[in-house]
Structures are given as C-alpha cells and as structure tokens.
Design a protein around this ligand. Structure first.
Ligand SMILES: [Zn+2]
Length: 114
C-alpha cells in the first residue's frame, strides 16, 4: 500500500505551507488524484489518520479527494474515451494507440486553515 507514503508527503507539504504562511491550523485539504496514479482514494482515506499522528503541527485535518478518471484520445480517430472502462482500446475504431489526456494528476488543490 503506497498510499501511506503519499499521505506522509502531503502532510509534509502542508507543514511547510503552514510555516510559510504563518498558519496555526489546517482543518481541510483537497487533493486532486488521477486514476493513472494508481492511488486508491479509499486506501488514502484509511491511512490519513496514521500520517497525521506523526505530525506535530497538524492535528485534525479532513481529507477531501477529487478523483479524476483517465481519459485517452485515440491517435487514429481522435475520439476521447475513459481508458479503464474501454480496456485501453478506442471504442469507435478499435485502435490501441492513444494519448493519455487526464489521470496523472496528484496535487493539492485547496487548503482551508487559518
Ligand atoms: Zn479511434
């Protein structure tokens, strides 16, 4: 389960953010996570409290995850399609060559604190 590693990374980033912006508390953070990262939001939520436990600065912070589906664009006919649902094959022409348009996102998109 690599989600704990990611959760710890996020906590560190938040701690730095608090320091830089002179915040005393962060109570909610929103992450945007793409399907292609392999991160499972449910696992991320499960290991979040453990990651917080190791932090001196962050005590009670809610984690919100915006999950982004992987979308591919076919090289042949330019159709855009959900990669996992279509089993990596363009549903229109059957081509297996595509560009991944979305799904690699992994970023903090919102921090609520004071
Ligand atoms: Zn196609």
């Amino acid at each position: 389960m690599h989600e704990l590693g990611y959760a710890v990374e996020i906590i560190r980033t938040l701690e730095d953010f608090m320091e830089e912006n002179h915040l005393t508390e962060i109570h909610e953070v929103t992450l945007t996570v793409g399907e292609a990262t392999g991160i499972v939001p449910r696992f991320m939520q499960e290991c979040w409290p453990a990651a917080i436990e190791d932090s001196d600065k962050i005590k009670d912070c809610k984690l919100v995850i915006n999950w982004v589906e992987s979308i591919g664009e076919c090289h042949n006919c330019e159709t855009q399609f959900p990669i996992a649902k279509c089993k990596r094959v363009c549903p229109k022409c059957g081509c297996e060559d595509y560009d991944t348009k979305t799904g690699y996102e992994f970023e903090i998109t919102e921090i609520k604190g004071h």
